[in-house]
Design a protein around this ligand. Structure first.
Ligand SMILES: C[S@@+](CC[C@H](N)C(=O)[O-])C[C@H]1O[C@@H](n2cnc3c(N)ncnc32)[C@H](O)[C@@H]1O
Length: 237
């Protein structure tokens, strides 16, 4: 897939994966953060979750990192100049600092759940927690055609499998939440609008990217009750 065509499709979208402000607020109901909570938004994309994260505590501040310059640049359009927000171009394996909450929407699985949790353990304050969302089969084992949709992520499992990986990394699960249809709509609806706007003048490379994206959304429409994203709040044991 052409990286340039991918970025053409994904430029200036509100978010880069399923999620909604209610997910962040729900995390706030399950953790006790200090008034001046320091929060890390790992793999922040264009920064859709930064505002809701700031709302979790009266004097919260957020360090938001992503390794992609385009997404950090888009987040900067909203947050540059806000003293509560520190945007960094960085790899999620090297967060630096210590945080009361490490939030990662839809990206821990890129390096593996256990690996991510083990890596971020040293970045937590005493009492700090991690909240992350990741793809999950609601029926485990999944139907073969549903498993085939996620061939790129062989570690993908049901909810028990995620809990097992959390435990294997030396953490315990405090609470879990299945992301809602609204969370998916928040990602897919702007994408669908963009796809429609780009289609007519698209070259071959962009058409390939549009077709792959259309197939992904069609699979969600057909099998969205078989898989989704599970948001887990975990703490070290
Ligand atoms: C599925 S998107 C989620 C973005 C954002 N959390 C959201 O929900 O809109 C995954 C993000 O992870 C970032 N990413 C992937 N690998 C990364 C890494 N090793 N270090 C930092 N960011 C990474 C990508 O650039 C992308 O912005």
């Amino acid at each position: 897939m052409s990286a340039e065509a991918f970025l053409t499709l994904h430029r200036n979208l509100p978010r880069e994966g399923p999620g909604e402000p209610a997910d962040v607020a729900w995390v706030g109901q399950h953790v006790e953060l200090p008034e001046d909570a320091l929060i890390c938004d790992v793999a922040c994309g264009p920064g859709a979750d930064i505002g809701p994260l700031l709302d979790l505590a009266p004097e919260a501040s957020v360090v938001a990192i992503d390794h992609h310059p385009q997404f950090v640049g888009e987040a900067a359009e909203t947050w540059t100049g806000d003293p509560r927000v520190d945007l960094r171009l960085a790899d999620m394996r090297e967060l630096g600092g210590r945080y009361d909450l490490i939030w990662c929407a839809g990206a821990a699985w890129f390096i593996g759940t256990s690996e991510a949790l083990k890596t971020w353990r040293s970045n937590l304050t005493q009492g700090g927690v991690i909240a992350f969302s990741e793809p999950c089969f609601w029926r485990d084992p999944p139907m073969p055609r549903v498993a085939a949709l996620w061939a790129e992520y062989p570690e993908m499992s049901g909810e028990a499998g995620i809990a097992a990986r959390v435990a294997e990394a030396g953490f315990e699960t405090i609470a879990t939440r299945r992301l809602s249809d609204d969370a998916w709509a928040a990602y897919y609806n702007p994408l669908l609008e963009r796809m429609a706007a780009l289609y007519e003048d698209a070259d071959d490379e962009l058409r390939q990217v549009l077709a792959a994206q259309a197939a992904e959304i069609a699979a969600w429409n057909e099998y969205g009750d078989e898989f989704g994203y599970l948001l887990s709040v975990v703490r070290p044991v």
